[in-house]
Design a protein around this ligand. Structure first.
Ligand code: GBH
Length: 488
């Protein structure tokens, strides 16, 4: 009997891997790059687990051709990476000079991707704000200034790369920018009310102010793109939000409500204004006048300002009402079910367990609520104590393979059985890399990086993903028609 035919994903489905500039590039002083807020923050003792910073990372500023060769070997359709604002405009602002070396670096990089038939998926902002803007006027805390400077930066990128880049992400994970940077103070710029952590900051107001600025900066960049570039360049532009599936701990009405409250604060905070035109009622209720209001003029720019739903997701939480954490909507998260069992396999990160059914549930929730095509722009797993293992053992990353096996089958079910419109799946990450406050201890790569030699070694999970998508998509020997003219 013949084996059943593998069911195909939609034509032009984009699959591949993702990274971010500060997590891989290193060379923080090269070719006129300005400082970003992560440069200084990661140097402060105690801010990263291993005391290390982004000066080397995976050395991708120097080894970029190796990275592209690796992507080509994997045969990916697309690669998601981010641009370093500080390489392009070292001081960040709209009146500050542009750095030709920064433009040249990314321009060459994009050309080389296209020459290998890899479609660039470009993030404009993955947390590395130019330090000068923070020092000059408070960065994201100063809405009027940052919106203009960010829109100008975005415009410089559209001008220089938009002939070749057809997929743009304005911002990566505004919840993390706001809450981790200005609430908990565990990410740059590290502001918090907790004076053991930070000499300044107000966790009760700043995260909500920052979130508002990020939404507006995103929306203004999209306006620039749609008015001045999209008619000629014809690409897609949107935002990407972090958000995990939130499941009630049990059937009690309080916990069912708690799961929705958790979704409202984790996702709705950004998605509701952008796709539906208002902050969630629950956020207005818990924050009162600490939540900024949109003026009608602002709302006109914000509503409808994303061509798709960009989804970064890693796990599922069981939700119980009555938590004291405002940043989680006063909802307690746990992985332990009422019967004492665990929801899934525990990752290296405390916040992450493997529960692939949650991935499908989240896709369905987002599709029903926002009705936008979904691009999964990050998804991944850190295996327990991977850094303690010899590399020949670490590359046999069965737990990560299991994670991706679960997720891909749920992805397929969401597309083919549930009818959710999903157009991309970009796994996090192409490489082990600088994992922010975790330093280099936590590894998310499908490729092992030996940080002494910068050698890259594919893990079993890379091979699993490559095979899975190759079996279900058209081979990527051809670019879509809109990009064909670019390669000789
Ligand atoms: C992504 O965020 C990032 O975009 C990426 O740069 C990063 O490398 C990747 O995750 C792996 O971590 O324990 O209370 O501080 C994922 C979303 C949201 C996951 C915050 C961790 C920690 C909450 N993150 N969450 S807390």
């Amino acid at each position: 009997m013949a084996a059943p035919a593998v069911r195909k994903l939609p034509q032009n489905f984009l699959w591949g891997f993702a990274t971010a500039s500060f997590q891989i590039e290193g060379s923080t002083n090269a070719d006129g790059r300005g400082k970003s807020i992560w440069d200084d923050f990661s140097r402060i003792p105690g801010k990263t687990l291993d005391g290390r910073n982004g000066d080397d990372a995976t050395d991708s500023y120097k080894l970029w051709q190796e990275d592209i060769a690796l992507l080509a070997r994997y045969g990916v359709k697309s690669y998601r990476f981010s641009l370093s604002w500080s390489r392009i405009i070292p001081l960040g602002g709209r009146k500050d000079p542009i750095n030709p070396k920064g433009i040249e670096f990314y321009s060459n990089f994009i050309d080389a991707l296209l020459a290998n038939n890899i479609i660039p998926f470009v993030t404009l902002y993955h947390w590395d704000l130019p330090q000068a803007l923070h020092d000059r006027y408070g960065g994201w805390l100063n809405k009027d200034e940052i919106v203009q400077d960010y829109a100008n930066y975005a415009k410089v990128c559209f001008e220089n790369f938009g002939d070749r880049v057809k997929f743009w992400l304005t911002m990566n994970e505004p919840w993390c920018v706001s809450i981790l940077g200005y609430g908990r103070g565990v990410f740059a710029p590290g502001r918090s009310s907790d004076r053991t952590r930070s000499p300044e900051g107000d966790s009760s107001t700043e995260p909500w102010i920052v979130g508002h600025s990020v939404i507006l900066a995103h929306a203004h960049a999209v306006k620039v793109y749609r008015e001045e570039f999209k008619p000629r360049q014809g690409g897609q532009i949107g935002i990407t939000l972090n958000g995990d599936w939130q499941m009630p701990y049990d059937d009690s009405p309080e916990n069912v409500a708690a799961a929705q409250h958790a979704l409202d604060v984790a996702i709705g905070w950004f998605a509701d204004p952008i796709y539906l035109g208002q902050y969630p009622a629950y956020m207005q209720q818990i924050l009162g006048n600490r939540l900024p209001q949109f003026t009608p003029a602002e709302l006109a720019v914000v509503k409808g300002s994303s061509d798709f739903y960009g989804m970064n997701t890693y796990t599922t939480n069981l939700c119980r009402a009555g938590g004291d954490d405002e940043f989680q909507g006063f909802v307690d998260y746990t992985f332990t079910r009422p019967d004492g069992t665990q929801l899934g396999n525990q990752a290296h990160c405390g916040w992450l367990q493997d529960y692939p059914e949650g991935f499908r549930a989240l896709l369905n929730y987002l599709w029903k609520r926002y009705r936008m095509p979904i691009y999964v722009t990050e998804n991944g797993f850190s295996v327990k104590n991977e850094s303690d293992k010899p590399k020949e053992v670490a590359v046999k990353d069965l737990e990560r393979v299991n994670y991706y096996r679960g997720v891909t089958s749920n992805l397929q079910a969401a597309i083919l059985e549930d009818g959710v419109d999903i157009r991309a799946y970009l796994a996090w990450s192409l490489l082990d890399n600088f994992e922010w406050a975790d330093g280099y201890v936590t590894r998310f790569g499908v490729t092992y990086v030996d940080y002494n030699t910068q050698e890259r070694i594919p893990k079993d999970s890379a091979m699993f993903i490559v095979k899975w998508f190759q079996d279900r998509t058209q081979p990527s020997e051809e670019l879509p028609p809109s990009l064909k003219h670019l390669v000789a």
